[in-house]
Design a protein around this ligand. Sequence first.
Ligand code: FAD
Length: 384
Amino acid sequence: VADLVLVGGGLANGLLALRLKQLRPECEVVVVEQGECLGGNHTWSFHSSDLTAEQCAWVEPLVEKKWASHTLHFPAYSRHMTGTYNAVTSERFHHVLQRTLGSAIVLGQRAASLAPDRVVLEDGRAIRGCVIDGRGFVSRSLPNVGYQKFLGLDVTLESPHGLTAPILMDVREPQEDGFRFFYVLPWSERRLLIEETFYSDTAAIDKARGALAIEAYARKQGWQITRIDREEVGALPIPFGGRISDFADAETPRDVTLSGVRAGLFHATTGYSLPFAVRFADLLARSATFERAKIQAIARHEAEREWGAGRFFRLLNYMLFRMIRPERRFSVFEDFYRQPEALIQRFYSGRLELRDYFRILTSDPIAGLRRLSLASFEPWHAHD
Ligand SMILES: Cc1cc2nc3c(=O)[nH]c(=O)nc-3n(C[C@H](O)[C@H](O)[C@H](O)COP(=O)(O)OP(=O)(O)OC[C@H]3O[C@@H](n4cnc5c(N)ncnc54)[C@H](O)[C@@H]3O)c2cc1C
């Protein structure tokens, strides 16, 4: 028996467990993860401006590396931007959580069935408590959804790459399969994470083609890869309509409390979920009680609030995926990144101000699409 049973030891439930340990050590938590480590195989990045100073401080132990600025390259211009950019590696995530939570973590056990107050593990053991289902998003075809998909390789180079800041988007390569760009994190003098990313209509990823594309990109920058250290692959939903319930799969009982991406807790346009998971963890850890009905109400309210706040981003996605020819999608980002830095930061953090909506909607090429899309867009259904 526990107060909270967190099913899935990924980003959202891991952050929740950490925050509970920090703020509510009396809360009995169990984390059930099917894999051999927490967090899977990921690099999660975020801008410090996505979080409050207090949130940055409690996430800090998970941060592997941070940079004071970053760069963007478009066909028409390059831009260097200030603001701290952070990267959390799943390896570090696992070690920090294991040290902090110890025996509260059950690894290598798949939850076979879930009810709001009980989980049965594959080996037949049952754990009772308020269940929070954070089993992530299972990639599948959904209506009203495009995909941000990518292959990333951690590589070691023959000689120093010379980068001092991450490249968040390098859009100078030919466009294919929608909006295509490279993303580069300089871990150390000779180590890089290089990702090829697409805003595509499909979730399908050709890993062999992607690896060749990354090698070709590296060669073009004068970087000679001597070793591939790690591979990371994923497809994130980029919704332009639909419902908050779209991201949980059919196996999820209706009244189980959800967390993370399956609760719809992610940025509709960037696909980032770390700031959402941090806010969710803060909120739940501050609950007066861990009684099931209370936890369920807080979680559901938070997911609906965030989903409501995301409707403008889904409108932009609609324009991106439905109203612009795939090979021209990059032009929306090229135009957007001409905006003031403070607006871009508010866009990433999902906290746009009224004047920001106006600026974005009156920018070129969005302006030409605006009237048409507003007439045909159905932005928000919180429930079935
Ligand atoms: C490759 C990749 C890179 C990303 N990069 C970023 C980024 O830079 N910044 C950002 O904010 N977001 C990023 N995202 C988006 C998002 O933050 C991640 O998808 C994030 O991991 C989602 O968190 P989650 O907790 O909802 O699910 P997950 O982290 O996917 O966790 C789900 C966990 O549940 C476990 N599980 C599933 N079924 C069971 C079961 N039956 N029993 C027990 N355990 C189970 C899984 O093994 C997994 O560990 C990225 C996504 C991907 C795929």
